[in-house]
Design a binder for this molecule. Structure first.
Ligand code: NAD
Ligand code: GLY
Length: 363
């Protein structure tokens, strides 16, 4: 069994992310090392089988984990669902040494992390992510939270896990569309931080699409390493460094909001958003001529969209004006400068330039 470890080094705490194939049972020694008083497993209905495996592994080393199943999907990132979990913990006498383990995609991770951050003013937390998006993005870096009706991820906390266990075998049950959607975040890391990694993804696009196990361990651990670097430099997103992880996301959030959540999966919207950002960078003459084509070719090679259905531009720009990165009314974009580099741009852009980038991805 090939196992890789990525260390996340932060001002107040360090933790390890273990990445392997068929390594789920390692949960027993990773959790034992944390010596919790009790263990609570939070999972969603689509990952019950992994929760059972984890429960059995933990029982073998003397724990008696309590389990709490939540409904799958974004609808669980609400104050109502959070309240049900808080009440569950109270009924089952959670104390300050109790460990919350999140098993599932970004939804379970964000909700359970938020619970861990808030219950009894903070409990230890452990992540077992089971979607590709959660493997390479949401389980790393400590952002947790829930949605308000009008604003996604608006209430939350930075709350770092004590450890993360990634078993790529969990991806075997993930639907194709969800898996491919996660590849958008993988490609994003190459574009914004690592041209050599982008080259590897170009060469290995078929293996990537086919979920080649050995390749996945390499790719996921490299993404975690890149994200760990950024989070180390700017844990709480105060310097602008961490904001580069939002490449393509300003446009993506606008598509998701205006065209309706669920129509496009997050990664699909990010792929189109990255394409918009590349058009914008091209228009501003920030990137070499072949940049956008390379990015488009790779997104399409793994099955991601680079266009959306035509829609009115103003509602999209309205959403972009409410982006968390903005200063006042000014939309701030993460834009590439060459393959492997991106930065936060403060320049005020005329609406016509933003409209033009949006029009390029509408067919
Ligand atoms: P998700 O958690 O909704 O999972 C997608 C679907 O796959 C769900 O239906 C889920 O039940 C199912 N699923 C999960 N693992 C499975 C498996 N192994 N086999 C079969 N089905 C499985 O969505 P996601 O894409 O993982 O995460 C999206 C969420 O993550 C959003 O709420 C987003 O805001 C959040 N997010 C957070 C961060 C962060 O830094 N905290 C970063 C990116 C995204
Ligand atoms: N997903 C963006 C971040 O963690 O900052």
């Amino acid at each position: 069994m090939k196992i890789k470890t990525v260390s996340v080094k932060l001002a107040d705490c360090d933790y390890d992310i273990e990445i392997g194939t068929g390594n789920l049972s390692r949960i027993s020694s990773m959790v034992s090392d944390l010596s919790p008083s009790k263990v609570y497993l939070v999972f969603d209905e689509n990952v019950e089988c992994y929760c059972q495996d984890i429960q059995s592994a933990l029982k073998q080393v003397g724990f008696h984990p309590l389990t709490l199943r939540i409904p799958a999907g974004e609808r669980s990132k609400t104050i109502e669902q959070a309240s049900l979990v808080w009440e569950f913990l109270t009924r089952h006498h959670a104390d300050r040494q109790s460990l919350i383990v999140a098993i599932g995609g970004g939804v379970v991770g964000d909700l359970a992390g938020f619970i861990a951050a808030t219950y009894a003013r903070g409990l230890p937390f452990f992540q077992v992510p089971t979607t590709l998006l959660a493997h390479v993005d949401s389980s790393v870096g400590g952002k947790t939270g829930i949605n308000l009706k009008a604003a996604k991820n608006m209430v939350g906390a930075f709350w770092q896990p004590s450890g993360v266990l990634i078993d790529t075998e969990t991806l075997s049950t993930l639907e194709d569309r969800e898996y491919i959607s996660g590849l958008a975040e993988v490609i994003k890391y190459g574009v914004i931080m690592d041209a050599d990694f982008f080259g590897l993804l170009e060469r290995e696009s078929i293996g990537l699409k086919n979920r080649d196990a050995e390749l996945l361990v390499e790719v996921i651990s490299h993404c975690c390493q890149l994200k760990a670097l950024v989070v180390h430099e700017d844990e709480k997103e105060t310097t602008g460094r961490r904001a580069i992880l939002n490449y393509g996301h300003t446009f993506a959030h606008a598509f998701e909001t205006v065209l309706g959540y669920g129509k496009y999966l997050h990664g699909e919207a990010v792929a189109v958003g990255m394409t918009c950002a590349a058009h914008l960078a091209e228009e501003l003459q920030l990137v070499p001529l072949d940049f956008r084509q390379r990015q488009t070719d790779l997104l399409q090679a793994v099955g991601l969209p680079v266009v959306v259905e035509p829609t009115e531009l103003e509602p999209l720009v309205d959403v972009m004006r409410r982006d968390k990165k903005n200063l006042g009314d000014q939309i701030r974009f993460i834009l590439p400068t060459k393959m492997g580099h991106a930065r936060l741009f403060d320049d005020v852009l005329p609406d016509s330039v933003i409209h033009s980038a949006l029009q390029q991805v509408m067919q």
